[in-house]
Design a binder for this molecule. Structure first.
Ligand code: PEP
Ligand code: MN
Length: 342
């Protein structure tokens, strides 16, 4: 962190700033220029509140030298993290496709979708059991029964399962039921929940909040890593912009940005990003071409009758076409991967 003092700063002002920084256990270095003094704070500056420091007399501005996330930072861990979900590796050489309905609705529905997405080449099954809905009158999910049905679908297909947790009170049941815990966009900054999943060793799928910056998202990952859980996969699922044609705006640039800033794998959710089933194919290809480690796609056997997110759910047949398209660019992807992530 660098504190730039005003031209008019007095020696007393400079001393106050240095004392404040050093009282937090950091070292300072002072550069006295012809007109202005600059103070460098050396050490873990996470303990210094920049807003408070900027209120000190004589301070012109404060610049940060390093990102505030450490454990998620590629500078601190140059080898890329590969997250293993029952043998399925996210962050390795091959893109991973996660597929399934927005919500588990019945045994027949989840088992039949699981079988068809597996036949098409999906590696992990998704399905919401506890649904965070905008309206309290909308379908809230089958809750614990939904998790049981996911386990049945796993038994039938062998696919590992991922489902969204909505509160830390559900940690025990998620710990024993799912292979990967999803933290949804609405809970990305539920710090209590982040700390709780941080205590677990279960892989976590951390979605980006719809109004969150990349830095805020990585700080949320930092909470989980800091708790001791290193198995974090990030998921870009679109952010709010002024555009209304799509449900959200897919931030493709988040993929190379995350690759540059962090060692954590990143996947993309074209379903929630666009809200339109027919966009899943082009957006999946775009995401993978830009370096994503996988995609998560909503699939429903009867999208028009889905209890949640039907308009963005592809049919099993359309999903099969998406898998064909992904497979057709595998050659490009394996050649380009190293180049893209540099
Ligand atoms: C979901 O995956 O069904 C979901 C609710 O996603 P998000 O948290 O990205 O809105
Ligand atoms: Mn959904």
């Amino acid at each position: 962190m660098i504190v730039v003092m005003k031209l008019t700063a007095t020696l007393a002002n400079i001393k106050n700033v240095i004392d404040k920084i050093e009282s937090s256990g950091l070292f300072t270095t002072k550069i006295v220029g012809a007109d202005q003094t600059v103070i460098g704070a050396v050490g873990d500056t996470g303990c210094i509140d920049r807003d408070t420091l900027s209120m000190f007399d004589g301070v012109e501005r404060i610049l940060k030298v390093q990102e505030p996330f450490k454990k998620a930072n590629i500078a601190f861990k140059p080898t890329r993290t590969v997250v293993d979900i029952c043998g399925v590796k996210i962050g390795g050489n091959k893109p991973v496709v996660i597929a399934g309905p927005c919500s588990v609705e019945s045994r027949e529905q989840i088992v039949s979708i699981a079988k068809s997405v597996k036949d098409s080449g999906a590696a992990i099954l998704r399905g919401g059991a506890f649904k965070p809905r905008t309206s309290p009158y909308a379908f809230q999910g089958l809750e614990a029964d939904g998790l049981k049905l996911l386990i049945e679908a796993k038994k039938e297909t062998g696919l590992p399962i991922v489902s969204e947790i909505t509160t830390s009170r559900l940690m025990d049941i998620f710990e024993e039921s799912v292979d990967m815990i999803q933290i949804g966009a609405r809970n990305m900054q539920n710090f209590d929940l982040l700390k709780e999943v941080g205590k677990s060793k279960k892989p976590v799928l951390l979605k980006r909040g719809f109004s969150s910056t990349i830095e805020e998202w990585l700080m949320s990952a930092e909470y989980i890593l800091n708790g001791g859980n290193e198995n974090v996969v990030l998921c870009e699922r679109g952010i709010r912009t002024f555009e209304t044609y799509t449900r959200n705006t897919l931030d493709i640039s988040a993929i190379p940005a995350v690759k540059r800033l962090s060692h954590l794998p990143i996947i993309v959710d074209p379903s929630h990003a666009s809200g339109k089933s027919w966009m899943s194919l082009p957006l999946s290809l775009a995401a993978l071409a830009a370096g994503a480690d996988g995609v998560i796609i909503e699939v429903h056997n009867s999208p028009e009758n889905a209890l949640c997110d039907g308009a963005q759910s592809v049919t099993p047949k359309a999903f099969d076409n998406i898998m064909d398209a992904i497979n057709s660019i595998q050659g490009y992807l394996s050649n380009a991967k190293d180049m893209i992530s540099e």
